[in-house]
Design a protein around this ligand. Structure first.
Ligand code: NAP
Length: 433
């Protein structure tokens, strides 16, 4: 029998479990270990609550989780409850599918002022991540700045712009729903250090900004390169740029909120007396490599909050080789070495959509099948259970999770699929045992 431990139960973890189960059939036992008492990682805590069609992919993961040879071992923190070395002793292979939950810092003066928030924290707050429940973002100013031109920046801008009615059918948590409903923010500046042709926003997500009930996007027409240059872009980006051009010609129609695209705007510093009051940006131009170069011209955006959406990093784990500049584990095509593998953002860095993780899972399953053969004489899950019992760890199983999930569904607001528990104690309490 082969025993495989997967650390992290987000998309990369589940695609790996699915691939291993297909590749090795009945001859593998898979434990998915997660520090949270609830599964699905990024699907629960990262994907925007108003994107339920994307979140629905959890149904595919649920099928994997319910197989006889796959277990969810929740509420277990690798590094605290059990070490990587212990897992390597217990399992034939250990896969790190830990994602990239930490924010890359802005690294400019004033980025430590209250009111400067990383996207992991802000997204975690509105998605009910226990670590960010008490974030209390300052929503009482008239304007906010969102730094970055990727899909996370779009998510944050859209969530700040939506009316309470537009959250119907979402699973936004109560604390965020209430706070956003009472928000004073009317201007949302989305800052890109480069131009419309360099955005990392995908067309479907960008198009949504054109259909908001109370907010209209605004773009200065002079920020665009000549329209004929759009033909040189790859089709997805060309579509996104077409949305931007449509926005530039849009009549705001009296909508009270505005999403302003500040292109060629590089954050220089954040100022304020004990809290964010403004962000100073420098106008840029593109050099021949399409990198942003400062022009020396600066301007201030008065705002009470700055959300930086400039990418993520994987937290290092003691003893595992790490590439700090790329924010991921050092690996060669998913192989770290010595029975250790990595997939998803922990392998590639924080780029790509949920489906991008699927090939990673299948590739690593093939490598593991070749590397471990028929398996060693490892203790696998029985050994882990003994260790965790000795240490008094309160393990959450998939059946426990199903009870937590049912309890969340039972207390949902009308029209919402669930009302998530936010505190870990509440999640554990909802197991009913
Ligand atoms: P991203 O797509 O890599 O975008 C990061 C943005 O931050 C870029 O515009 C980048 O600009 C900018 N940036 C980086 N460092 C900066 C700095 N120091 N100052 C100013 N701007 C800076 O990352 P993301 O938005 O975090 O998304 C991560 C991944 O998740 C992406 O693959 C994304 O598509 C995916 N995602 C998908 C969805 C969806 O499908 N609905 C939703 C959310 C996220 P430069 O280009 O100039 O470096």
């Amino acid at each position: 029998m082969r025993h495989v431990a997967i650390i992290g139960s987000g998309p990369a973890g589940y695609y790996s479990a699915e691939a291993l189960a297909k590749q090795l059939g009945e001859d593998v036992r898979i434990d998915m270990i997660d520090r949270m008492p609830v599964p699905y990682g990024l699907i629960r805590f990262g994907v925007a609550p108003d994107h339920q069609s994307i979140k629905a992919v959890y149904k595919r993961y649920e099928k994997v989780a319910l197989a006889d040879n796959v277990r969810f071992v929740g509420n277990v923190c690798v590094g605290q409850d059990v070490s990587i070395d212990e897992l390597k002793t217990l399992y034939d292979a250990v896969i790190l599918a830990t994602g990239a939950p930490d924010d890359r810092p802005l690294g400019i003066p004033g980025d430590d002022l209250p009111g400067v928030i990383g996207s992991a924290a802000f997204v975690g707050w509105y998605n009910g991540h226990p670590e960010f429940a008490d974030l209390a973002p300052p929503l009482d100013a008239a304007a906010a700045a969102v730094v970055g031109n990727g899909n996370v920046a779009l998510d944050v801008a859209r969530i700040l712009a939506k009316t309470p009615a537009e959250f119907a059918g979402s699973d936004i948590v109560a604390h965020a729903f209430g706070a956003l409903g009472a928000s004073s923010i009317r201007e949302i500046h989305v800052l890109g250090r480069r131009g419309p042709h360099q955005i990392a926003m995908t067309p479907k997500e960008l198009g949504e900004l054109g259909h908001l009930a109370a907010a209209a996007p605004r773009i200065e027409p002079e920020d665009f390169p000549p329209e004929m240059d759009d033909a040189l872009l790859e089709p997805g980006l060309r579509k996104s740029v077409t949305h931007l051009r449509d926005f530039a010609g849009l009549d705001a129609g009296g909508k009270p909120k505005t999403i302003l695209f500040d292109f060629f705007a590089k954050p220089l510093r954040i100022e304020g007396d004990g809290k964010v009051e403004r962000i100073i940006v420098e106008k840029t131009r593109l050099d021949e490599r399409q990198a942003a170069v400062g022009t020396g011209e600066t301007y201030a955006i008065e705002c009470g909050m700055v959300v930086s959406c400039i990418g993520y990093k994987t937290p290092p784990i003691e003893g595992v080789p790490y590439e700090a500049d790329r924010g991921r584990f050092a690996n060669s095509e998913g192989v770290i070495g010595d029975g250790l593998y990595c997939v998803g953002w922990a392998r590639r860095g924080p780029t790509g959509t949920i489906g991008t993780n699927r090939p990673d899972g299948y590739e690593v399953a093939e490598k593991i099948a070749a590397d471990i053969g028929v398996g060693g004489r490892k203790a696998g899950g029985d050994g882990l259970d003994r260790l965790l019992e000795e240490r008094g760890t309160d393990v959450v199983t998939f059946h426990d999770w199903q009870r937590i999930e049912a309890a969340e569904a039972a207390r949902a607001r009308e029209g919402s699929p669930r009302e998530k528990f936010v505190a870990i104690a509440e999640m554990l309490g909802a197991r009913g045992r």
